[in-house]
Ligand binder design. Structure first.
Ligand SMILES: *Cc1c(COP(=O)(O)O)cnc(C)c1O
Length: 388
């Protein structure tokens, strides 16, 4: 009996010729992975990366991105997650158990702290904040219950740059695992493993993607046993990434270094220009002398992300600060960063930091995109003139 056309549309005999190559790797998408026979089905172990079992466990496309991100960070193994925050969460959930404590820098990425405050707490895991600029004080904070130390270089929003190597040494001396949120460093300005870090996490959402159009996170390790702990939790929680999203990040990687350098160059030019403006009390950019932890940045990096904050003078009203932000035309108001469009967000220092941070004024964070620097500077100038 001839088969129905609909069946042929699903089980078609045509195979395209082998040997196709283009500059971009192919994009594979799957929930189901098809096995040749029962023996193949039964003998596959999803933990080995020499074959495929299920979409959640990886496709050629996700394996390719995993290897490239591991190379970028100078590590050996990588897991991918549907956001940077999910990457933070999988590290916490893989390594912490009831009764354990995690140490977070006082300037930690806000949602990472909320994760500790709300979710980890419900599982009997406590957290404490440490001063990222006081590596000497860290050893005294570490107790028998301390299992994980998060490091951010620089910290989110207030941009203090810690002595990464000294923090990693202090943790290692006490047997505490270190995890670096390397979203700012992007594996370019900073490579965590060279400074003694155990786990390097990144929001691929930011620089590696570069488009402002995809969310993804990565967790890279150098130690197979540590990777396996993270990978098992990753799998059990059902974290996977989609082929099309993976493709977007793969597409961004070839231009990562040139984008990073361009955004660094533009960011520093604008940071220096802003530092000389009367309206600006202080510029928080780790590559600028006088910024908190500048010496640590110099010891660890030569490059910087195109991301920094300014403290507008405390004599201005909040309404004036908001008028400044609202008057910007090229800088759009929005979270995230490292995309083509320059972004701006005003932050309430009192809401994001505990007292004692030593910063005064109204904080505004700028993410420098890929527009012409002169146009961005003109935009800042007209908005300052309007608001102050
Ligand atoms: C954006 C960001 C994250 C989270 O990434 P998402 O993909 O937006 O969840 C984590 N850490 C830092 C430092 C970030 O800037």
């Amino acid at each position: 009996m001839p088969r129905d056309t609909i069946t042929d549309l699903i089980h078609h005999g045509y195979q395209p010729p082998d040997g196709f190559e283009s500059p971009a790797p192919g994009v594979f998408k799957a929930s189901t992975v098809i096995f040749a026979n029962t023996a193949a089905l039964q003998s596959r172990d999803w933990r080995r990366k020499d074959g495929y079992t299920y979409g959640l466990h990886g496709t050629p496309t996700t394996f390719v991105l995993e290897e490239r991100i591991a190379t970028l960070e100078g590590g050996r193994q990588c897991v991918l997650l549907p956001s940077g925050l999910a990457a933070v969460a999988v590290v916490d959930l893989a390594l912490l158990a009831p009764g354990d404590e995690v140490l977070l820098p006082a300037n930690v990425y806000g949602p990472s702290r909320e994760l500790a405050r709300q979710e980890l707490r419900r599982w009997g895991i406590t957290h404490r904040l440490y001063d990222p600029l006081d590596a000497a004080a860290l050893a005294a904070l570490i107790g028998p219950q301390t299992k994980l130390l998060w490091i951010e270089a620089p910290g989110s929003v207030t941009m203090e740059f810690p002595d990464v190597a000294a923090l990693a040494r202090a943790a290692r001396a006490k047997g505490v695992i270190t995890a670096l949120d390397n979203t700012w460093g992007a594996g370019l300005a900073l490579r965590g493993f060279e400074h003694g870090i155990d786990i390097v996490m990144q929001a691929l959402t930011k620089y590696p993607s570069g488009g402002g159009d995809v969310l993804m996170g990565s967790v890279v390790t150098q130690d197979a046993a540590l990777h396996e702990r993270i990978k098992l939790t990753h799998m059990r929680l059902g974290y996977g990434v989609a082929g099309n999203d993976t493709e977007l990040v793969l597409r961004g990687l070839p231009t990562l270094a040139v984008r990073y350098a361009a955004q660094d160059h533009a960011g520093r030019a604008l940071a220096h220009w802003l530092a000389a403006r009367a309206e600006v009390a202080r510029v928080l950019h780790p590559a600028l002398p006088g910024s908190p932890g500048h010496a640590h940045w110099q010891a660890h990096c030569t490059q910087a992300a195109g991301l920094f904050s300014v403290l507008l003078d405390a004599r201005y009203s909040l309404a004036q600060v908001h008028a400044f932000v609202d008057a910007l035309r090229l800088f759009r108001i929005g979270y995230s960063w490292a995309g083509p469009v320059s972004l701006v967000v005003p932050y309430d220092l009192q809401a994001i930091r505990e007292p004692g941070h030593g910063l005064e004024g109204h904080l505004v964070r700028l993410s420098i995109g890929l527009e012409a620097v002169a146009d961005l500077q003109a935009d800042l100038a007209q908005a300052l003139a309007q608001a102050f």
